[in-house]
Design a protein around this ligand. Structure first.
Ligand SMILES: [Zn+2]
Length: 211
């Protein structure tokens, strides 16, 4: 899998609004092969798929996983920070849906994503799209948190970035220790949010977390 970045700055001599097309290319999804493999997988687990209600299950499994591994492309639109806004911008409770790479079971939760603007500010909905971009693949929560923060740091060049994810892992709640309702919290702080205690406190206070 690879992340494709295709910069198409719009008339940079007239405006400094920039647009970055972000899309994700998987190694190639073969739905027919995935359906055959799902049927074989179920059969190996003793689940017969010859009844009317289960006969399309392998196909549905293939489509469901293909969808979970295919983030929607989006344009990362950045605007010049003309007003010199230098306070924290924070999007709270962004839904997170991903799949743990160890068990291929879903983990679901919320992300708080914030940044201290530098020269550019970002269309607000784009923070959620960045979360989706990195969630739609087999993941571990720690890496997902860091990838979102690093990506924003690289593309927005803010003074600081903070990402917190709280999620329930079904591989922990439905099997193994069966810790229903337990949450895993991960965070990545970069720049001023990492170095400056007051900024860090403000970030965690606004996310509703106690550092
Ligand atoms: Zn797992």
């Amino acid at each position: 899998m690879s992340t494709l970045l295709d910069t198409t700055a719009e008339e940079p001599e007239l405006t400094t609004v920039s647009r970055l097309r972000v899309s994700h290319q998987s190694e190639g999804i073969d739905l027919d092969e995935a359906e055959r493999a799902a049927a074989a997988f179920l059969s190996a687990l003793g689940v017969a798929t010859d009844s009317a209600s289960l006969k399309d299950t392998p196909k549905r499994m293939a489509h469901a996983y293909a969808e979970m591994f295919s983030p929607r492309p989006f344009d990362l639109t950045t605007f010049p920070n003309d007003e010199g806004y230098d306070e924290l911008v924070l999007a709270r409770r962004i839904p997170v849906r991903s799949v743990c790479e160890h068990h291929l079971l879903p983990f679901v939760g919320i992300a708080h994503v914030g940044y201290l603007p530098g020269k550019g500010i970002l269309g607000l909905s784009k923070l959620a799209r960045v979360v989706e971009h990195f969630s739609c693949r087999p993941q571990v929560q720690e890496r997902l948190t860091k990838q979102i923060a690093d990506w924003l740091d690289e593309h927005l060049e803010p003074k600081g970035v903070g990402v917190v994810i709280e999620a329930e892992h079904t591989c922990m709640s439905l099997r193994g220790v069966r810790a229903v309702g337990s949450n895993t919290v991960t965070s990545t702080l970069l720049g001023t949010l990492r170095k400056d205690a007051r900024s860090r406190q403000e970030f965690f206070a606004l996310t509703g977390m106690n550092p």
